[in-house]
Ligand binder design. Structure first.
Ligand code: ADP
Ligand code: MG
Length: 558
């Protein structure tokens, strides 16, 4: 017979703590939230191995007094709730006073802190005693957690590989960094820094967590509800509530397969709440391709009494005591995207490597002045604050292509003397027979002569530029794939190829007048900024990039 017996208090404590502290990332979350609550402007996180070896979190927050530090590692001690109704009005991230003791119960925890006095304090939580001693430290707090779960082998076994556990920490910390862009964050794994943010705002935080492309194609926004929503709880304030929504949105040209990169925070706490993420995606509306999600950081601010953080043990979700938050998020995002000129999405360049960007959007070409020509290949031009570099060959292709495309009706053709013969497959031969009219409209005269052979006696020659007889093969391939619907495509492809052949060749010197004429004609094109095959025709460097490159200060883009 098994006897049921009561667990001793120490074992109960460890089991309970193991429920709260589930893995290294959970420890990091609690420690980082404490640093944020202490109003740190810098938070450095270091992980050794999978995090059970060591986790260190350093901050420059307000720190703790000697007595405060000793108290902080005891159960249910917190400096953050005072009045009994305080739980209804939490403006800090922590409030339960259980994180430090829970972590200490399943690890070896050392806390070193200084609240601004001449000496700091180190508190060590051992297996059965807490020791306190003076320590040298500048204002702020360092918490080191070693040997996590050493007394809970079962919990330890549930952990994934070191890289997988670290990946969780990294994901978590990047959320906090994005949601607190004015705080400097850094993360190191086994002594190597994996990312950092400079604490200088949204765009730079995106750059730290993602990359230049993502940061460069983003727009910051802020929004406040104008119509007032009301708090609908008796414990809430009961009067009108303002909802603030702000953050940074990447242009819909940059997307991800999952909603993992939609970062939402309420009153400083990152949430994985599906409803709010859904509201952000809804704000993008039809700008997003189907099944794709944006990269966005959206911070919601409501009065503390309007939100209940106590509905989720890990505080990953909240309940609102105020109506209209989801609507406000969707509207804020939607408004921000309609007021942004998405066409000039390459505009913000972060440094010199990224400084060269293809131009797109509204035409500045009528206002540019030609500075000169470089290597007989490129035109250098000034346009307001931008230096433009025009690929004269690509520009000429675009001009020719649009001129060719403007010619309507049958394309003129030119006889091939003597007629050329082409070997074709049986299905291609059948196409030549069935599409004779379409081929003639395009300028080909072609007929099957048996034996899988086609005789080509005329080819398209728009504006005096002649296609080759062999180009018929490509035409047939397209028509085979697309049927008669493909006729317009075929015509277009043909014009692109023809346009690219006799265009101005690289290496042609242009006089200033010729350069000016080319730019005017390019500016008159429907799509001046790409050659017919999609390559850019004009690159631009804005002055801010030069200012940065020459280290003349950060004044333009801040
Ligand atoms: P909670 O955050 O819920 O109050 P914790 O156990 O996480 O509970 O922390 C207990 C107390 O220790 C906090 O209320 C705070 O006063 C203090 N504390 C913890 N970490 C820090 C820190 N990094 N800087 C300053 N004070 C801290
Ligand atoms: Mg806490």
């Amino acid at each position: 017979m098994t006897r049921i017996r009561r667990l001793d208090p120490e074992t109960r404590r460890k089991i309970a703590a193991g429920e709260v502290v589930t893995r290294p990332a959970a420890v990091v979350r609690e420690l980082v939230e404490n640093s944020l609550d202490a109003e740190a402007s810098r938070i450095a996180v270091e992980i050794d191995g999978d995090g059970t070896e060591a986790i260190r979190v350093r901050d420059d927050g307000h720190g703790m007094s000697r007595e405060g530090a000793a108290l902080a590692v005891e159960r249910h001690t917190t400096s953050k709730l005072s009045a009994p109704d305080g739980i209804e009005r939490v403006s800090t991230l922590g409030f339960r006073g259980e994180a430090l003791p829970s972590i200490a119960a399943v690890s070896r925890l050392t806390l070193t802190t200084n609240d601004g006095g001449p000496r700091g304090t180190t508190v060590r939580v051992g297996d059965d005693e807490v020791t306190t001693e003076p320590a040298g430290r500048a204002q702020g707090t360092t918490v080191e957690v070693r040997d996590l779960f050493h007394s809970l082998p079962a919990r330890r076994k549930q952990l994934a590989s070191a890289n997988a556990e670290f990946a969780r920490v990294s994901k978590l910390l990047s959320r906090y960094a994005l949601c607190h862009p004015t705080v400097r964050f850094s993360l190191a794994h086994d002594g190597r820094e994996t990312f950092s943010t400079p604490g200088t705002g949204d765009t730079d935080a995106l750059l730290g967590v993602y990359d230049r492309t993502v940061a460069g194609q983003s727009t910051t926004f802020s929004f406040v509800t104008d119509d007032t929503a009301s708090v609908d709880s008796d414990s809430g304030a009961g009067h009108d509530t303002e909802i603030r929504v702000e953050g940074v949105l990447c242009y819909p040209s940059i997307t991800r397969a999952t909603r993992d990169h939609v970062h939402v925070a309420v009153n400083g706490r990152p949430l994985t709440d599906g409803t709010l993420r859904g509201a952000v995606v809804a704000g993008y509306g039809s700008l997003l391709p189907a099944d794709r999600s944006p990269i966005a950081v959206v911070r919601v601010g409501v009065p503390p009494e309007a939100v209940d953080h106590n509905v989720h043990p890990a505080k990953a979700e909240v309940a609102f005591r105020v109506a209209g938050v989801v609507d406000a998020v969707e509207r804020a995002v939607g408004d921000a995207l309609t007021t942004t000129d998405l066409r000039r999405s390459g505009e913000v360049s972060m440094d010199l490597d990224a400084g060269l960007r293809p131009l797109d959007g509204e035409s500045p070409l009528s206002k540019v002045s030609v500075i000169g020509q470089f290597r007989d290949l490129y035109l250098l031009c000034a346009a307001d604050d931008d230096l433009l570099i025009v690929d004269q060959h690509a520009a000429h292709e675009r001009v020719n292509y649009e001129r060719l495309r403007a010619t309507v009706g049958d394309l003129p053709s030119q006889a091939v003397e003597p007629p050329a013969t082409l070997r074709v497959s049986a299905p291609e031969a059948a196409l030549v027979d069935s599409l004779g009219d379409e081929l003639r409209a395009m300028g080909y005269d072609a007929a099957t002569v048996g034996d899988g052979t086609v005789r080509v006696s005329a080819v398209p020659a728009p504006l005096g530029r002649t296609a080759t007889p062999a180009s018929l093969r490509d035409v047939l391939a397209t028509l085979d794939r697309e049927g008669a619907r493909g006729v317009d495509d075929v015509r277009d492809e043909l014009l692109k190829d023809v346009a690219c052949h006799p265009s101005l060749k690289a290496g042609d010197a242009l006089s200033t007048d010729e350069a000016r004429a080319l730019l005017d004609r390019l500016g008159a094109c429907e799509q001046p900024y790409a050659c017919p095959h999609g390559r850019p025709t004009v690159l631009s460097i804005d002055e801010a990039t030069l200012v940065r490159g020459f280290e003349r200060g950060n004044t333009r883009l801040g």
